[in-house]
Write a protein that binds this ligand. Structure first.
Ligand code: ADE
Length: 224
């Protein structure tokens, strides 16, 4: 799959997307990620991408033209399944949306900044607005990085053990069971006996039971 990200702060995305699993997935050719600076599409001699709001008040608004230029240029190269705008107003990002987006071929993510973008971009160029939670970030870059990370790790082959993406928290609306590793006892803190039994059937049942109990206790809303 291919993910294009439009931003005025490319550095905020290079950090998170140039490391770990996402970096490996890029190297394996599972995902092609391109980060574009919206300023490169500005016709202004100072590469300006914002202006005052007609409605007044503090804060600048991202202008239409550079964004339209960037989206048009990319659309000429390929068709996008989704053109997403990151915004606290959007539909809440979750595992289901990550799964859905991981099946797409081409996704474009536009990161908001300043006070927001000219509403006409949202009305005419965007297919979906997505929020990563009910809080306001300085810009959409961290949201785009979060979404990209969650999507990329679902691509077949991105995670060494294919099972592990499937057994993640939220994959069945259940939290993941607790995990332990060696030593079996540390300062008197013991690993549950059943995990040392070698009986995979009982361990699978225990894991499921733990998942259900943890979900009931910590996130009962997921079971509704
Ligand atoms: N931009 C600013 N805050 C955001 C949020 N919570 N989700 C997505 N994009 C944002």
């Amino acid at each position: 799959m291919r993910i294009d990200i439009l931003t005025v702060v490319p550095g905020l995305l290079h950090g998170p997307l140039d490391h770990s699993i996402v970096q490996k997935a890029r190297k394996k050719g599972l995902v092609d990620i391109h980060i574009h600076n919206i300023r490169d599409y500005s016709n202004d001699k100072h590469r300006k991408v914002d202006d005052y709001a007609f409605s007044g008040g503090a804060g600048m608004v991202m202008t239409i033209e550079p964004i339209d230029n960037a989206i048009s240029a990319l659309k000429q190269e390929r068709e996008y399944d989704e053109i997403i705008y990151t915004s606290p107003d959007g539909e809440k990002f979750n595992q289901k949306m990550a799964n859905m987006l991981s099946t797409k071929n081409n996704i474009l993510i536009l990161c908001g900044h300043y006070k927001g973008i000219d509403q006409r971009v949202r009305d005419h160029l965007i297919t979906r607005e997505v929020s990563i939670g009910d809080y306001v970030l300085t810009g959409g870059e961290l949201a785009a990085a979060v979404m990209t990370d969650a999507i990329v790790r679902l691509l077949p082959g991105a995670i060494g053990d294919e099972q592990s993406a499937l057994s993640d928290s939220f994959q069945d609306n259940l939290l993941a069971p607790p995990v332990y590793t060696r030593p079996a006892e540390y300062k008197g803190w013991k690993v549950p006996d059943i995990l040392l039994s070698g009986n995979t059937k009982l361990i699978d049942e225990w894991n499921l039971q733990q998942s259900i109990e943890r979900t009931k206790k910590l996130r009962p809303d997921l079971l509704e």
